[in-house]
Design a protein around this ligand. Sequence first.
Ligand code: PMV
Length: 360
Amino acid sequence: MSEKTGNNGKVYRIKWHSPSNIALIKYWGKRAGQLPINPSLSFTLSRSFTETELIASTKSAHDAGNLIFKLDGEENERFALRIRKYMDMNQEHFPTIRNYSLEINSANTFPHSSGIASSASGMSALVLCLLSLEWQLSTGIVLNDEFYKRASYLSRLASGSACRSLYGGFVLWGSSVTLPNSSDEYGILLGENVSSHFLDYRDTILILSSGEKSTSSSAGHEAMKTHPFQQGRINQANQNLDNLLEILRSDNDQAFANIAENEALSLHSLMLSSNPGYFLMKPETLKVIEIIRNFRNDTGLAVSFTLDAGPNVHLLYHKSIETDVRQLINGELVKFCENGRFIEDQVGDGPKLIHSEIYE
Ligand code: PMV
């Protein structure tokens, strides 16, 4: 947008930084309305995030409803259509800005095809921009608890796991009898339910393969609808969640490791036992897992792993064993990484408003 002032009004620029997250208890399978079949729990990442800027104007009646989306400076028509469709489907939440001409510029800090899902950070950053401007125009902006709750709700409708990116630290999405304020509709911050010990956790992401996935997460969620182990999985996730909530109040790294690995392997076993079955792990994934487990058995140091819906391995550990884990990576694991690539991340804060400006 070259000029700052429109014919009949103002130009709004709003920019948000929103983080990605890594699930410990996995969301896998959904019901109508993008509601999960089981609760999930994640921690927010620090260095893997998206920055998105929204520029909205009412330049001319002709431009109203126009939408341009750019990823790393490159226009992306496919995403623009997806965003427009999302806004149309949720128009009651965006009654004002849907009549504006919108330009959206988005950039991820983590490299393309790095194996980190960009939908959680990307969709939450987008929703934060749209919603904060909508609220600013309709009610006057207030970034209060209600705002983040609504942003989480609307992020869920854009991409399930994105609803857990609205808060820092540990976040739960999905109703659980153990936490009465939990909901299938939005994520909640676990806050005081997590000891400071776990806020010092690291996640080193080993990039084993950055290629396109053969089966999407959407297809995986779909396959759960008729999966023979569906009820068993729901029971397992709820049981693992209750156990993890207990562990997160303590400093029990070994118990944490058992749950994290059980969830990761269950996720991938559900893929194997879908019909048709498929697998997203690579031979290197299995080799790396074996090395991690041997290291833990041999040293007693509680480094564990989790996996997303892909082949890359997330190494999870407390900062107190950082030096030992770095030796393990350099000595035994980096050789399995594509071009020696890994990303050192850790538990991080929630989204941040970078700027919000109005030009007359
Ligand atoms: O939010 P989606 O539809 O991309 O699904 C995410 C699924 C997992 O990453 C495998 C698990 C999770 O809870 O994030």
